[in-house]
Unconditional design. Structure first.
Length: 167
């Protein structure tokens, strides 16, 4: 089973940039990594006037784009799948990185750039294993490591250690 880790933070905290860099490092080490992004507000749409967008607009409940390079599936579910259900669909991976889902049971890394974004720490459920910050920050729990916003290598190394420990 894949090791699952959540990255959580408020909008514009640097989550996507950090996840992208960490994913590149993990993949360069030979790990099979997947990413699940929570679209809690329904902002993400297929680009207008593409064939897939036109199919979805016509009422199709599922559209699959298939080719040699990738398979992309768009679904309109009757009920939003749980994060556990989504993770279960990726059994072939070594690690799954989740962006969002701050109330999930999975361990998390909090990410923030400015002091106001530290409020995310009060909203988390599941174990906090690290903080990534662009500002000087001291957490009340000294056992939680704090990484700089540009220390993607340090975060990747932490995830490798956590993955080994979880086996």
């Amino acid at each position: 089973m894949a090791y699952v880790i959540g990255f959580t933070g408020l909008s514009n905290s640097g989550k996507t940039t950090l996840i992208t860099k960490v994913t590149q490092i993990l993949c360069s080490k030979g790990l099979r990594v997947g990413v699940i992004k929570h679209d809690a507000h329904g902002h993400y749409k297929e680009a207008k006037n593409t064939d897939s967008a036109r199919y979805m607009d016509s009422g199709a409940k599922t559209v699959v784009l298939s080719g040699k390079v990738q398979v992309v599936r768009f679904d309109i579910p009757l009920v939003e799948p749980t994060i556990e259900e989504l993770v279960a669909e990726m059994p072939e991976l070594d690690m799954i990185i989740i962006e969002g889902y701050k109330t999930s049971v999975f361990p998390k890394i909090a990410v923030f750039r400015v002091a106001e974004q530290t409020a995310i720490l009060n909203k988390l459920q599941g174990g906090l294993i690290a903080i990534v910050s662009a500002i000087p920050y001291t957490h009340w729990n000294k056992n939680i490591p704090i990484y700089g916003i540009d220390d993607s290598m340090g975060v990747a190394e932490l995830l490798c250690k956590e993955m080994k420990r979880s086996v």
